[in-house]
Ligand binder design. Structure first.
Ligand code: BG6
Length: 470
């Protein structure tokens, strides 16, 4: 099979502001929810930022982005996905005027990318809500969030509209179901959060996403605006129809977000779910029309693993996931963090999403979090021999190619954490994804120097041959 990818395929890498920038209180930035979450999703939040929070310094991308982008350019990146830290632009979130220094930072960052011909792909909200909006308003539970988000969106579209064409409204929007604080800035503890409030918060986010799409199309007619979904295909654990239906229902909980973004209305199975769970979504005048008339241009998604679902979960072994678990698939091996490795799952998702939505798809996260060992070669060069990462990425890209052969329009591929960064779920730096090693350890030691891993040359070659040399 010809391994070349379509002409113009957008190869690149992805990060998120809160996981790499650091500089958590510089140049007028306000606190974000991440600044008080030193354990990721694995532990309690704190009242104030604490020195054990790896994200406060991150990988110091805020000060080193020029050198890092130079390395991305050396690999031949066509696109680089990052997010804007909302609290750099509106420190508390509910101010009327933005913070100029925060705006300037992203101007400089995007200019640096464009200097090398790298297209920015920007996530508007990636797991960081201004902390003030979380504490005072309970995040997206409160409808006022829509107007704060709108002001933020208008500000960044106005400022960067001539530099940024590709936008994503919310990172992994469906993850709010599992991590309401990290994903939706919802301050109420998830054990106390009522389903009614959770789904109302989701409705507000969906309306805000449609509004951003509307405003984006008005202000930047050439822009492409997408939603972003955490994909984790649910296989039935057995061919028992009860398991098949259990898997279908689990899948619905995620596909529903895409259905609203693409079809512009709540699907029947969600209306049924709301009814059966006594959930009444409060709709304001105009919400339904907004959702219907301002659907996305493309669907983007992250893919790390698949999972299984069983009607009787007690009979099955619980699975690990970044945010959602499912049950363990006995046919698959797992990463060091217990994530099932399933390259064919990405082909399955691409086909499933395209069959369902008939929209161009963009893989904006995929990769292997692993422990890396920095070694010194005989010539004194420091590197990491990360063949395991190369194998993981190659196996997945082969399946992406299969999906393209199946007829799925894939816009591009940005591997997650193209430079090592702090993990979202565990807040560790030890869980590394990059082609570039960053010398920083979870005890805070390290020089922050960057070193090319073996996968750096491999990915450069993949991009250089447009996928032919996987
Ligand atoms: C996705 C997120 O859930 O997975 C990223 O969008 C995250 O922010 C990535 O970093 C990998 O997960 P983790 O927990 O290994 O960092």
């Amino acid at each position: 099979m010809n391994m070349r990818f379509p002409d113009g395929f957008l190869w690149g890498g992805a990060v998120a502001a809160n996981q790499c920038e650091g500089a958590y209180n510089e140049d007028g930035k306000g606190l974000s929810t991440q600044d008080v979450a030193p354990h990721g999703i694995k532990g309690p939040i704190t009242k104030e930022p604490t020195s054990d929070n790896m994200k406060l310094i991150g990988i110091d991308f805020y000060h080193r982005y020029k050198d890092d982008i130079k390395l991305f350019a050396e690999m031949g990146f066509k696109v680089f996905r990052t997010s804007i830290a909302w609290s750099r632009i509106f420190p508390g979130g509910d101010e009327k005027e933005p913070n100029e220094k925060g705006l300037q930072f992203y101007d400089d960052l995007f200019d640096e990318l464009l200097k090398y011909g790298i297209e920015p792909l920007v996530t508007i909200s990636h797991y960081e809500t201004p902390l003030h909006l979380s504490v005072k308003y309970d995040g997206w539970v409160n409808r006022d969030m829509i107007s704060f988000y709108e002001r933020y969106v208008r500000t960044i579209f106005n400022r960067y509209g001539s530099k940024v064409k590709y936008w994503l409204t919310f990172n992994e929007i469906n993850s709010v179901l599992h991590e309401p604080f990290m994903s939706g800035g919802i301050y109420t503890d998830k054990s106390q959060l009522k389903k009614q409030d959770l789904y109302q918060a989701i409705h507000h986010e969906l309306v805000a996403s449609a509004l951003a799409t509307k405003i984006g199309h008005e202000m930047m007619p050439d822009s492409k605006i997408g939603c972003m979904i955490l994909s984790m295909p649910m296989y039935a654990l057995t061919s028992d129809p009860d398991d098949v239906i259990a898997a279908m229902k689990a899948d619905h909980m995620n596909t529903f977000f895409g259905d609203v973004h693409v079809r512009g209305e709540y699907p029947g199975y969600m209306k049924r779910y709301f009814k059966e769970n006594d959930i009444q979504i409060q709709m304001a005048d105009g919400d339904e029309a907004l959702l219907k008339n301002h659907t996305v241009d493309f669907v983007s998604f992250s893919y790390y693993m698949s999972a299984c679902e069983a009607a009787d979960r007690l009979k099955a072994q619980a699975g690990e996931g970044n945010l959602m678990g499912g049950v363990t698939n006995p046919y698959l091996k797992q990463s060091e963090w217990g994530w099932a490795i399933d390259p064919q799952g990405i082909r399955y998702v691409l086909n499933q999403f395209y069959d369902r939505w008939q929209k161009p798809l963009f893989i904006v996260e995929n990769g292997l979090g692993a422990v890396d060992e920095l070694i010194t070669e005989p010539d004194g060069t420091k590197t990491v021999l990360d063949d395991y990462r190369i194998n993981y990425l190659r196996d997945h890209l082969i399946q992406v190619r299969e999906a393209i052969e199946d007829g799925v329009p894939v816009m591009g591929y940005t591997s997650w954490g193209c430079i090592d960064l702090v993990s979202a779920s565990t807040a560790q730096l030890k869980k590394r994804y990059g082609f570039i090693y960053v010398d920083r350890n979870d005890d805070g030691t390290g020089t922050l120097n960057r070193y090319k891993k073996k996968s750096f040359e491999w990915y450069k070659n993949v991009i250089g041959t447009n996928g032919e040399n996987l």
